[in-house]
Design a protein around this ligand. Structure first.
Ligand SMILES: Nc1ncnc2c1ncn2[C@@H]1O[C@H](COP(=O)(O)OP(=O)(O)OP(=O)(O)O)[C@@H](O)[C@H]1O
Ligand SMILES: [Mg+2]
Length: 363
């Protein structure tokens, strides 16, 4: 991405607290109008990076450029990057009208000009009739719309959100997140969103930056971080994965043959460069494995393993099975379960050579 396209450019940023390095040499470009998510476990530095962008922390090294302007040394109130924390940081003692118009007060507009602008926002976000309510009298989704309106009314075009959905219940969270995405796309605002919820990150984002211990492991589309993880940490953090280690013992055009502890596995190598004899780690998502029922236990055919179900977990929309096949314990998701009940005993599992990812060498 060129500098011209990116509205926020973070270059080699480091932040220490005493002797502890919370952010290590982080670089990230955020393109205008995109929805970027910082995803990572607790304590990995997500909030610290948001505070650096918003101007509540100063980096110890590196630069932050917002809309073409280096902002190192510029305090938060002079930046165009409102940071929305949990509960969207609405002022609880102010009405919807007062919350939305807050930023305009500093601009010394006439009462009429202010009202006109607020009316446009109320209309845009479907909040008409709610102007005199207080935040606690609104649903989570409505509060979110007020937060958006408050950001947009002063012409801010970047919104930083640090786990804004974390105190909503599971169902509400899903509703509010689709509304959030819709609002972001409709307004064209550039959003940076923090979460440690993988589903949320995958469903909302144009791009995801996966964090671990203060550094970014991978930046990519949800599809890339899920199906083409660059490290075992990313593969594991964005979902459930089977990791199979083996050695390349054959190369046949597009396919490679990997010898695992329990037999050969044929893999479409895609554009991955492998050498004979190379040790590789295969990543296979549980939903990419199929189950073959009513098995006779004849010799296994290619990419098929015979195993015993040792555990299962009913998740409604699918059933997760743990299948012991030789020395390998596979996690297999049956996404189209029979209403008759869960499977038991011996089954065959089949791998699709096109649904296997090879981790790059260095991880
Ligand atoms: N002001 C501070 N002084 C000292 N250490 C800090 C300070 N702020 C954050 N840290 C440390 O820096 C690390 C990153 O913290 P940060 O709040 O960025 O994590 P996070 O990824 O947002 O985690 P969570 O998901 O739990 O919110 C943590 O180990 C934290 O203890
Ligand atoms: Mg945090």
């Amino acid at each position: 991405m060129s500098a011209a396209e990116s509205i926020i450019r973070i270059e080699n940023v480091t932040k220490t607290f005493g002797s502890f390095t919370a952010i290590k040499d982080v670089s990230l470009d955020v393109s205008k109008g995109s929805f970027t998510t910082l995803l990572g476990p607790s304590g990995c530095g997500k909030t610290t990076l948001m505070r650096l962008i918003a101007g509540f922390h100063e980096p110890d090294g590196g630069t932050i450029v917002i809309e073409g302007k280096k902002v190192n040394g510029i305090p938060a109130y002079k930046r165009n990057t409102p940071l929305v924390f949990q509960e969207y940081a609405l002022f609880p003692h102010m009405t919807v009208y007062e919350n939305i118009s807050y930023g305009l007060k500093l601009k010394k507009l006439s009462r009429k000009e202010m009202k006109d602008k607020v009316d446009v926002m109320l209309d845009m976000f479907g909040l008409q009739g709610m102007e005199n309510r207080f935040p606690k009298q609104l649903s989570g989704g409505q509060q979110q719309r007020v937060a958006f309106a408050r950001a947009l009314i002063t012409g801010q075009n970047i919104l930083l959100m640090d786990e804004p959905l974390s105190n909503l219940d599971a169902k509400m969270r899903v509703e509010v997140r689709s509304e959030l995405r819709e609002l972001q796309q409709r307004t064209g605002i550039t959003a940076i969103f923090v979460t440690h919820d993988q589903d949320e990150a995958l469903s909302l984002s144009d791009r995801i930056a996966v964090f671990d211990k203060g550094h970014i492991c991978q930046v990519g589309t949800p599809w890339e971080v899920y199906f083409k993880p660059q490290t075992a940490f990313v593969a594991d953090f964005v979902g459930v994965a089977n990791f199979i280690k083996g050695q390349v013992v054959g190369i046949e055009n597009q396919d490679i043959i990997v010898r695992s502890t329990d037999g050969p596995i044929r893999v479409n190598k895609g554009d991955y460069n492998v050498d004979m004899g190379q040790e590789v780690t295969l990543v296979i998502r549980p939903e990419c494995i199929s189950i073959i029922e009513n098995t006779n236990t004849d010799a296994r055919s290619e990419n098929v393993f015979i195993g015993t179900i040792v555990q299962s977990s009913f998740l409604g929309r699918m059933i997760r099975y743990w299948v012991q096949a030789g020395s390998l314990k596979w996690i297999v998701d049956d996404t189209s379960p029979s209403v008759r009940g869960t499977l038991q005993g011996t089954i065959k599992i089949a791998l699709d050579k096109n649904k296997i990812h090879i981790l790059p060498k260095e991880s």
